[in-house]
Design a protein around this ligand. Structure first.
Ligand code: MN3
Length: 208
């Protein structure tokens, strides 16, 4: 994740704001990226001014070691550093050419861990729709094995020693304009956007 000195930066999207239509509308993408994600970055940078000795730390290192930060900023960094990490991953694992099923090592691992791609899809959807309130559902690598989990708020699996390779945002800001209260419908459409080659890269990185 991009960082110059103590400053994290909003990453550019790898596609246009309208590119993920009809699954995500342009207005949702614009607000999500330029207001929500930008807000996390700004608040994270502001909070980290109180921890100049951590200026060289990566975001991953910060999230894995929140307790090492001054207590007064731990919660702010948890929320906004988590928000920055979560969204930076989220944008990259979606693509206008996304969808389909994973192949290669990840495809095999999904089949052997969850039974089949459709069992995987059902289980991720179950976590995404079952998470009460705002949060995320994830495909993670933990102890070299795949797991599906969900987290509250902007918590990132790194905080729990797990490596996220795919995440779906189930905050209302991610889907409300298009899907209103129908989170399950949003998740069904999310599957049509998954950039599996990116997730496969994340998987092989996490298995090293
Ligand atoms: Mn979001």
């Amino acid at each position: 994740m991009t960082k110059t000195a103590t400053q994290f930066e909003l990453p550019k999207l790898p596609y246009d704001y309208s590119a993920l239509e009809p699954h995500i509308d342009e207005k949702t993408m614009k607000i999500h990226h330029t207001k929500h994600h930008q807000g996390y970055v700004d608040k994270l940078n502001k909070a980290l001014e109180s921890a100049p000795d951590k200026a060289e730390w990566s975001l991953e290192k910060i999230l894995a070691n929140l307790k090492e930060l001054p207590e007064s900023i731990q919660e702010t960094v948890r929320q906004n550093g988590g928000g920055h990490a979560n969204h930076s991953l989220f944008w990259k694992i979606m693509s206008p050419e996304g969808g389909g099923e994973p192949s290669g090592d990840l495809g095999s691992a999904i089949n052997s861990t969850f039974g089949s791609y459709s069992d995987f899809r059902d289980k991720l959807k179950e976590h995404a729709t079952g998470r009460f309130g705002s949060g995320w559902a994830w495909l993670v690598v933990a102890n070299k094995k795949l797991e599906i989990i969900d987290t509250p708020n902007q918590d990132n699996p790194i905080m729990d020693g797990k490596t996220p390779i795919l995440g779906v945002d189930v905050w209302e800001h991610a889907y409300y304009l298009n899907y209103q209260n129908e989170r399950g419908k949003w998740v069904d459409h999310f599957f049509k956007l998954i950039n599996w080659s990116e997730v496969e890269k994340n998987y092989s990185e996490a298995m090293k």
